[in-house]
Structures are given as structure tokens and as C-alpha cells.
Design a protein around this ligand. Structure first.
Ligand code: NAP
Length: 509
């Protein structure tokens, strides 16, 4: 495929800052946050004086923290992107520090404040600070309140600035999300708060807007006149593994639908924003969420397919059922699969169903959006002997094998009029050489530069919960309708029946 390029723009360097990672002894810090910061450092995307302080309750020194990080980074990077560069690591490691402290201790936060001041003075950092909350959500409120009490929030100040990045999940329902928003906004202004969902940092997700608004051929057909329906699938091949305890309190609706699937739906359905600013883009996303037709609890109980994986096999290996996983109660009623039909009740999408599904222990890991265009008229080719024809489908492969495919009809060479569906396929690997960068790199860089476009605003998170909460309520009132599916299958047959009732089929099988 030949390519036309515009001059690449290099990202603006953030102002010098200190980053504090709360929950520094945890899995996310080790596997995602610090490797992403290190990669940004290696690519010269961070200022020379940038420094990271890990904060958690575990007993560590600067040195032992650095050694642990280096070991896990070697594992991470060697699996995915080649070996760690020892010289670069040495330079980077001298910028990493560890501060032991509790999340509910004002004294420990005062000590953290002193440590930040010392580092600022030593490294000539003007006082900018990014707080990253990488603990389980139970600690979020304490940390935010203590940041405020220790005068580390710099509310109303832009020079120097302070920002807070809050990991998902942001609440467990509408009420808890509102509570957390209230706490966060009692300490920070909204433009200091960065609610992170790593899906939004994925290149393929950002490319949805480019596909729609940088190509005239798609956007004109992007409406109910031409689109029959939309499917969004987020499939995981793994089960809950060792995270059963956490997952059992969450389930697929909270863990995947409220955040990742809602973001994808918004990007597919939103109107063109008036500008590529955080305000304009997020305004349009919120409008989509507000236009979603409510699925009331009573309808959710019968119309939303919920299921839990039972023992089965994936890729020829035996897979135990969900209830056999560590820390999952033997009588758990938590769903690991969900499928449902949504409607965006506005002019553009009138009458177009959006089918969403997500699940664990499905045959393969794959997130895809497919746009199914309407049938051509049943004249000429779309009737016997050449027809009926398959309608055009545009598939956005979010992960893995990132790319876009357009299915269309072509004549098979020869004397007869035989028509066959073919695919035009664009793959990130072939076109751009290698896998797209980790989502956390882009998001951390944006947060450091103060660009909140790819983060979730308070009204957005609440609007998503407003849609999902009645579904959760309906499903929890009627736990009898929880179905089972064999690990390694595409979910229960009821998920197929849901879409087949409208004459459609899941695109990805
Ligand atoms: N891991 C992932 O891949 C991933 C992906 C997306 C989002 N997240 C989100 O990122 C956050 C951190 O995830 P994680 O996997 O790193 O969590 P984790 O390993 O369970 O916890 C991180 C650290 O938080 C501290 N902590 C504070 N309160 C705690 C509590 N009540 N229970 C357990 N630990 C507590 C612990 O450090 P000390 O005891 O030393 O203080 C722990 O090492 C969570 O909100 C999670 O939902 C994680």
C-alpha cells in the first residue's frame, strides 16, 4: 500500500515535574506505569529533570525499589519490545525514589511534601507535581484528601501546577462515582483531574476519529441512511486467574462495559467536535451517552444476556470454570460475559442498533468494532443468480493485529457473473512497522502536558454510570437469569439469539 505523509509533529515536551505514584509496590506500577515512563524517557519525551517518587506502605529503600523495578522491567520489555538498555536504565534509575507511607496518615503526607520540596530544590524543578493513584479504589479518597491537607494539590494554580491521575474503576455505580467526583473536586479543580482508561490511549482507538473525520468517504455514509447496525466485541481469552477476588466484586458490566465499551461506542457515534480540544471532544462524547436509550431494570433482567464461564477448553488446553478460580465463591452470581443491544436516540442513529458484547474465556483475545452497511437494492446483482450479496462491513481491529478492513463485492474473473466478497485490509504492523506504542505512554505524556482530551471528564463518567447502573440493578434483582457458557466458546447461545432475532449475526466468530 503506498502512503502519503504529512510532516510528523513531535510531541511538546512537558514542563519539568515530579511524579508521585501511590501504590508503588503494586502490579500496575511495575508492569505498566514505570515501563511507560522509562520508554518516554528513552525517547526524549520527558524533561531532563523529571523525577518519580514511588509511595506505598511496603518497606523499601530507593535502591531496593529501583532494583525491583529493573527486574520486572527486564521481564516486561524483553517479552514485548527487546532488551532493556542498561545505560539508559542507569540514567533513568537515578531519577526514581521511594517514600514509605500510609494512605491515611497526614504525617506521612507531610513527609512526602518535604521529600518533593527537597527534590524540587536539588533538580531545579519549579514545583510541578503529578500525583498518580495506582492503588485499589478503596484508598483513593484517603489519598486525595491527604494530598489536599498537605497542600500538595495547588488548586487554582497553574504555575506551578499539580494534577491527579485516577485509575479505573471510577466508582462501582452512579452513586459511588458521584461521591468520588465530589471528593476529588473538593481538593482539585476539574481541569486538574485526569480519570484514566487505558483504552483511550490505544492508537487504534484514537484512529477512530481520524478514520471518520479525516476521510470524506466514510463520514457521509456514517448515519442511519447507510448503516444497518454496529457491533462492538471485546473478547478476552483468559479467565480471571489470580484476580478472582477483585473480579467477583466487579463483573463484566462494571469492569468492561461502563468504561471501555462506552468509550468505543461514543467514538463511533459522536458528532464531529468543533475543535480537537479536550472540551469539544468530551462534550460530544457526553452527548452520545445522554442520547443512549435507558434500559430499565425490568428490561435488563430479560433483555441483557449475562453469563458465567464453566469449565471448557481454549486452544486445546483445559480451562477451569469461573467458580473454581482462586477467591471466587462457589455460589458466585457475577457475570463474566454480557451481551446487549443499545440505541442512540438521536437524528444520526435513529433505528440503528448497537450490539455490544464482552466476555472472559472466549476463543481468542480480540477487540473489534464492525460497521455493517445497508443492503444494496435487490435489483441487478443483489438477486439470483448473483445475489443475495453480503452487505459491506467496515471492521476496526482495536487489538490485537491492529488495523482496518473493508469488505466489498467483486466480480470473479470469467465468463459468468459470479460475485465474491473481498477485503481491503490495512494493518498497523505492515504500514507503520511494528506494534503501536503502549497506551500508557501516550496517556502519561498527555497528563504531564496537561492535555485531558483522552481522559474521562466527571460528567462523562457519571453519564456512563447513569446508563449502566439500571442494567446492573435489573440483573442483580434477577440473578436467576445468569447463564453458563463453556470456556472457549463465544458465550451462551442466547447471545446469538439476541442478534439473530433482528436477522443479524455476530461478525466475529
Ligand atoms: N494491574 C492492572 O493491569 C490494572 C489495569 C487497569 C487498571 N488497574 C487499576 O489500577 C489500580 C492498581 O492496580 P494494581 O493491580 O497495581 O493493584 P494492587 O497490586 O492490588 O495494588 C497496588 C498497591 O496498592 C496498595 N494498596 C493500598 N490499599 C490497598 C488495599 N486496600 N488492598 C491492596 N493493596 C492496597 C498496595 O501497596 P502497599 O500495601 O505497599 O501500600 C499495593 O501494592 C487499581 O485501581 C486497578 O483497578 C490495574
Amino acid at each position: 500500500m503506498s502512503e502519503t505523509t504529512t510532516e510528523p509533529t513531535s510531541p511538546r515536551l512537558p514542563e519539568p515535574f515530579v511524579m508521585v505514584v501511590f501504590g508503588a509496590s503494586g502490579d500496575l506500577t511495575r508492569r505498566k506505569i514505570l515501563p511507560a515512563i522509562f520508554q518516554l524517557w528513552c525517547r526524549n519525551h520527558l524533561p531532563e529533570s523529571a523525577a518519580v517518587i514511588g509511595y506505598s506502605r511496603s518497606d523499601k529503600t530507593d535502591e531496593s525499589f529501583r532494583t525491583e523495578l529493573c527486574d520486572s522491567m527486564r521481564d516486561e520489555l524483553s517479552c514485548h519490545r527487546g532488551l532493556i538498555d542498561d545505560e539508559a536504565w542507569e540514567a533513568f534509575a537515578s531519577r526514581i525514589f521511594y517514600q514509605r507511607g500510609a494512605y491515611d496518615s497526614p504525617d506521612d503526607f507531610a513527609a512526602l511534601g518535604k521529600r518533593i520540596e527537597t527534590l524540587n530544590a536539588e533538580r531545579n524543578v519549579p514545583g510541578n507535581c503529578m500525583h498518580y493513584l495506582a492503588t485499589p479504589p478503596a484508598a483513593f479518597a484517603d489519598i486525595i484528601e491527604n494530598i489536599g491537607a498537605a497542600s500538595l494539590a495547588r488548586r487554582g494554580q497553574t504555575d506551578p501546577w499539580a494534577r491527579v491521575v485516577i485509575e479505573k474503576p471510577f466508582g462501582t455505580d452512579l452513586r459511588s462515582a458521584r461521591d468520588l467526583n465530589r471528593i476529588a473536586r473538593s481538593v482539585f479543580d476539574e481541569d486538574q483531574i485526569f480519570r484514566i482508561d487505558h483504552y483511550l490511549g490505544k492508537e487504534t482507538v484514537q484512529n477512530i476519529m481520524v478514520l471518520r473525520f479525516a476521510n470524506s468517504i466514510f463520514e457521509h455514509a456514517w448515519c442511519h441512511d447507510y448503516i444497518d447496525h454496529v457491533q462492538i466485541t471485546a473478547a478476552e481469552s483468559l479467565g480471571v486467574g489470580a484476580r478472582g477476588g477483585y473480579y467477583d466484586r466487579s463483573g463484566a458490566l462494571r469492569d468492561m462495559v461502563q468504561n471501555h465499551l462506552m468509550h468505543l461506542l461514543c467514538l463511533v457515534a459522536m458528532e464531529p467536535p468543533s475543535a480537537l480540544t479536550a472540551v469539544a471532544v468530551r462534550d460530544e462524547k457526553v452527548k452520545v451517552l445522554r442520547a443512549l436509550r435507558t434500559i430499565p431494570p425490568l428490561c435488563a433482567a430479560s433483555g441483557v444476556v449475562r453469563a458465567q464461564y464453566a469449565a471448557g477448553s481454549i486452544d486445546g488446553r483445559e480451562a477451569p470454570g469461573y467458580r473454581q478460580a482462586d477467591s471466587v465463591p462457589a455460589d458466585s452470581r457475577t457475570e463474566t460475559f454480557v451481551a446487549f443491544k443499545a440505541h442512540v436516540d438521536n437524528w444520526r442513529w435513529s433505528g440503528v442498533p448497537f450490539y455490544l458484547r464482552t466476555g472472559k474465556c472466549l476463543p481468542r483475545r480480540c477487540t473489534e468494532i464492525s460497521i455493517h452497511f445497508k443492503d444494496v437494492p435487490r435489483v441487478l446483482f443483489n438477486r439470483p443468480p448473483a445475489g443475495p450479496l453480503r452487505p459491506n462491513v467496515l471492521t476496526i481491529r482495536v487489538q490485537p493485529d491492529e488495523g482496518i478492513a473493508l469488505e466489498f463485492q467483486a466480480k470473479v474473473p470469467g465468463p459468468a457473473m459470479n460475485i465474491k466478497p473481498l477485503e481491503m485490509d490495512f494493518g498497523y504492523h505492515e504500514s507503520f512497522g511494528g506494534a503501536p506504542p503502549e497506551a500508557y505512554q501516550r496517556l502519561l505524556l498527555d497528563a504531564a502536558r496537561g492535555d485531558a482530551t483522552l481522559f474521562t471528564r466527571s460528567d462523562e463518567v457519571e453519564a456512563a454510570w447513569q446508563f449502566v447502573s439500571p442494567i446492573i440493578e435489573g440483573c442483580s434483582q434477577d440473578t436467576d437469569n445468569l447463564l453458563q457458557y463453556a470456556a472457549g466458546s463465544w458465550g451462551p447461545k442466547e447471545a446469538d439469539e439476541l442478534i439473530e432475532a433482528d436477522g443479524n449475526q455476530w461478525h466475529l466468530r
